[in-house]
Write a protein that binds this ligand. Structure first.
Ligand code: 13P
Length: 256
């Protein structure tokens, strides 16, 4: 039984006031919903205030990135312990913008996954192919390499704290969404890879989110695909007007 999860990745958007206000709206809305989990990922500097605004509620707050190292001379980096200290309980690893804008490799993602878990954080590992890779027929190979590269060696207990987000790079921030068929095929494949790395029970229990131009108008169609267990939302997570209907769609269609 996988409970649907709708996550909002704010990326480098909003300011302190807008962030706290949006978190308040999501928190109140979530209070009235059954059967859906939600996480918001504010920029580092707003995590503490947003987490305070969400304390004692079901709304979870996470970090968008984590340093692979524990502590020390790593200018500009933020550690897992620091994320915990300000109220984050989950962290994104390997987001496409980290991989493609900042050159993060699977090796670095693997270290970050381990550092997140060692810090007591849950981890949402993002994977996905570029347009070039999709057109070359490499979608499955890319997803498999990213999953193996970042998850090999984890225990089944570790995997209880890991969520996967399949985010095709060509669908991120482009307005172009993978069709439910395309996303469903990729998710089924990802679940198969998880079964191969771990076992069928881990594959069945792991939530796999879809990300890439999810919005109120396409959320229900995507979320009703059996292997799609939720959404990782970017642009549409920046206003209550867009994000709350996606939560509603998950609560309605993801009952399984
Ligand atoms: P968009 O929803 O803006 O396409 O962003 C998706 C994303 O990258 C979420 O992490």
């Amino acid at each position: 039984m996988r409970k649907p999860l709708v996550a909002g990745n704010w990326k480098m958007n909003l300011d302190r006031r807008a962030g706290v206000e949006l978190a308040g709206a999501v928190r109140s809305h979530l209070d009235g919903l059954q059967g859906v989990d939600s996480v918001i990922y504010p920029p580092f500097v707003y995590i503490e205030e947003v987490a305070r605004a969400c304390a004692g509620t079901a709304l979870v707050v996470g970090g968008q990135n984590i340093c692979d190292q524990e502590v020390g001379a790593f200018t500009g980096e933020v550690s897992g312990a620091m994320l915990r200290d300000v109220g984050a309980t989950v962290v994104l690893v390997g987001h496409s913008e980290r991989r493609h804008v900042y050159g993060e490799t699977d090796e670095l993602c693997a270290l970050k996954v381990r550092r997140g878990l060692a810090s007591g954080l849950d981890v949402c590992l993002c994977i996905g192919e570029t347009l070039e890779q999709r057109e070359a027929g490499q979608t499955e190979q890319v997803c498999s390499t990213q999953l193996h590269g970042s998850l090999n060696g984890l225990s089944t207990e570790d995997m209880a704290k890991v969520t996967i987000a399949y985010e095709p790079v060509w669908a991120i921030g482009t307005g172009e969404t993978a069709s439910p068929e395309q996303a469903g095929a990729a998710h089924a494949y990802v679940r198969g890879v998880l079964s191969g790395i771990f076992n069928q029970a881990v594959a069945d229990a792991t939530r796999i989110l879809y990300g890439g131009s999810v919005k109120p108008s396409n959320a229900a169609d995507l979320l009703s695909v059996p292997d799609i267990d939720g959404a990782l939302v970017g642009g549409a997570a920046l206003t209550a007007e867009n994000f709350l209907p996606i939560l509603d769609a998950a609560a309605e269609v993801c009952v399984r």
